[in-house]
Every structure is written in C-alpha cells, then in structure tokens.
Design a protein around this ligand. Structure first.
Ligand SMILES: [Zn+2]
Length: 88
C-alpha cells in the first residue's frame, strides 16, 4: 500500500456508498473495490500536487476525475474541487 488507508466513511464515486475495500497495489496507486457496486477506484497522488485522492476507474480501464482526500466526508462532486487527470 503506497498511501494511507482510506477512511471508512469515504464513499464510492459510482454509487455513493461507503463500501470501499483495499484490493491490491496498482501501477498508479492503491486499488480499491466497491463492495456495493463492484466498481474499481484508485487511490493515488495527482501529478504535481502533494495531496492524494481517489480516481474512479471507468470502462476499459479509463480513469475518471481525480478528487482529493482533503475532506473527511465524500461530497457529491462539487465542481470547485474536481481536478482533471492529465499526464499520469
Ligand atoms: Zn460503489
């Protein structure tokens, strides 16, 4: 595990439920799976930024939008803190 363990109340970016479980180390960060909807997210550091955050893994392994772990509670995608993934 490269980063800190995710807080228990961090919610899945796909279904919004707090059901994420650590699966394995990945090429770009720690891989978590959602036990509710079975989707995958990666906990990683954004290039050029000190903070770590969560990235949803979409179909065909494409990465979604990175979101920082700064807040203890997972808010529903406030546009002000959405960061586009680039050059990872
Ligand atoms: Zn889910």
């Amino acid at each position: 595990m490269k980063y800190h363990l995710l807080d228990r109340n961090v919610c899945c970016p796909f279904c919004g439920r707090a059901n994420l479980a650590y699966k394995r180390p990945g090429q770009h960060g720690d891989v978590y799976g959602c036990n509710a909807c079975l989707k995958t997210v990666v906990h990683r550091r954004q290039k050029g930024k000190p903070a770590c955050g969560l990235v949803p893994v979409l179909n065909f392994g494409q990465l979604g939008y990175w979101k920082p772990c700064a807040t203890r509670y997972w808010l529903p995608w406030p546009p002000s803190i959405i960061q586009p993934i680039a050059n990872f």
